[in-house]
Structure formats: C-alpha cells, structure tokens
Ligand binder design. Structure first.
Ligand SMILES: Nc1ncnc2c1ncn2[C@@H]1O[C@H](COP(=O)(O)OP(=O)(O)O)[C@@H](O)[C@H]1O
Ligand SMILES: [Mg+2]
Length: 175
C-alpha cells in the first residue's frame, strides 16, 4: 500500500500515519458485513471515529467510503473514482461490468494483492457480481500473468474427496 510512488522516502510523518490508519481500518474492519439486524461496518466506523482521533475521516458516510488520493493525499470517496459507463455495442451485455464505488474499492484491493502475489477470495451471496468482477479483472490482466480457470464444482468435489479420505482414515484407525 505504501509505495515509493505514493510515499517517497522522507515523506512527512503524517503521510505514513494516514496510510497506517487506512490499512488498519481495512485490516480490522474490511471483512465486516451487514446482517439482518446489525450493520457491523457502520458500528466499526462509529467506534473508529470516536476512539481514533489522530487522523480524521470526513464526517459523511463511513470510514469505508474513502481511499487516499495519491495526488492530494486526502481521504476521497471511492465513488469519485467510478468511471462513467460507456456501452460498447459489440460486446455482449452479460459480460459487461458496470463499476460502482464498491467494485472500484474491491478492484483497488485485488490489484494490491495481485501485485504482491497474494491469493484473493471474494465472499458474497449468489448474484452479487463476484464472477463478473473476477472475469473482468482476468480479461484485463497484462501478459505477464498466466490465467487458468478451474470450474468451481471441482472444488466442491475436492472438499468431498478430502472428507471421504478423512472418514476412511478414521475407520482405519478404529479397525
Ligand atoms: N457490477 C455489475 N455490472 C454488470 N453486471 C453485473 C454486476 N454485478 C452483477 N452483475 C450481473 O448479475 C448477475 C450475477 O452476477 P455474478 O457475477 O454471476 O454473481 P456471483 O458470481 O456473485 O454469483 C450476472 O448476470 C452479472 O452479469
Ligand atoms: Mg459466481
């Protein structure tokens, strides 16, 4: 996250601090979600803003609505990075990804993880757009990435196979 391009050596302490705060918010709060009763992200955001006062987030929305603009070094809404949608008539509509503040935010972290060779797993209900986001990302990867697609059913089977093997070894142990 902190790179030479956005935080050159000898940057002021405040700049490291704002990146540190951004990293903490996402490290500890990024996996939170909203269930039927409680929006855990909103709860976290309120708690963070109340307790951690050294670096202030804008008061609108939650701490998760902002990224650090690499030019201004200020918290800026993800929505400002959302590109305008342009329809390309020759591309089939079902493969077209329409970006939103959320896809932009996810893409930002996916890019960081990919750059550092870390695995990425998207978790979410059926139909929220995981497949289309990954497909779009994979299609736009540069040539220095090798792409292999593994059907998800195979993973189900792998899980099932491991369970069988475990069961079998337990049986053996008993015999
Ligand atoms: N951001 C998006 N832009 C365009 N289409 C979307 C977007 N998110 C979801 N869809 C559409 O919704 C449907 C379900 O998306 P999909 O990626 O298959 O969801 P998931 O893999 O999370 O179950 C697909 O038809 C997909 O094209
Ligand atoms: Mg899917």
């Amino acid at each position: 996250m902190v790179q030479k391009t956005n935080t050159p050596p000898d940057s002021p302490r405040e700049l490291y601090e704002i990146y540190f705060v951004f990293a903490c918010v996402w490290a500890f709060g990024g996996a939170l979600f909203q269930d039927h009763l409680i929006d855990y992200r909103a709860e976290f955001s309120r708690w963070w803003s109340k307790e951690m006062r050294a670096v202030k987030f804008p008061s609108q929305g939650t701490v998760f609505d902002y990224f650090i603009d690499s030019d201004t070094k200020k918290f800026t809404p993800w929505s400002e990075r959302t590109p305008r949608f342009e329809l390309e008539p020759e591309v089939p509509l079902q493969t077209v990804l329409v970006h939103s503040a959320e896809t932009i935010c996810l893409t930002y972290f996916i890019d960081l993880l990919l750059q550092s060779g870390k695995p990425v797993m998207l978790v979410g209900n059926a139909g929220v757009g995981k497949t289309i986001l990954v497909s779009d990302k994979v299609a736009k990867l540069k040539e220095d990435y090798m792409v292999a697609k593994v059907p998800f059913q195979l993973l189900h089977h792998l899980g099932y196979a491991t369970a069988c093997v475990r069961e079998a070894s337990r049986e053996e142990g008993r015999a």
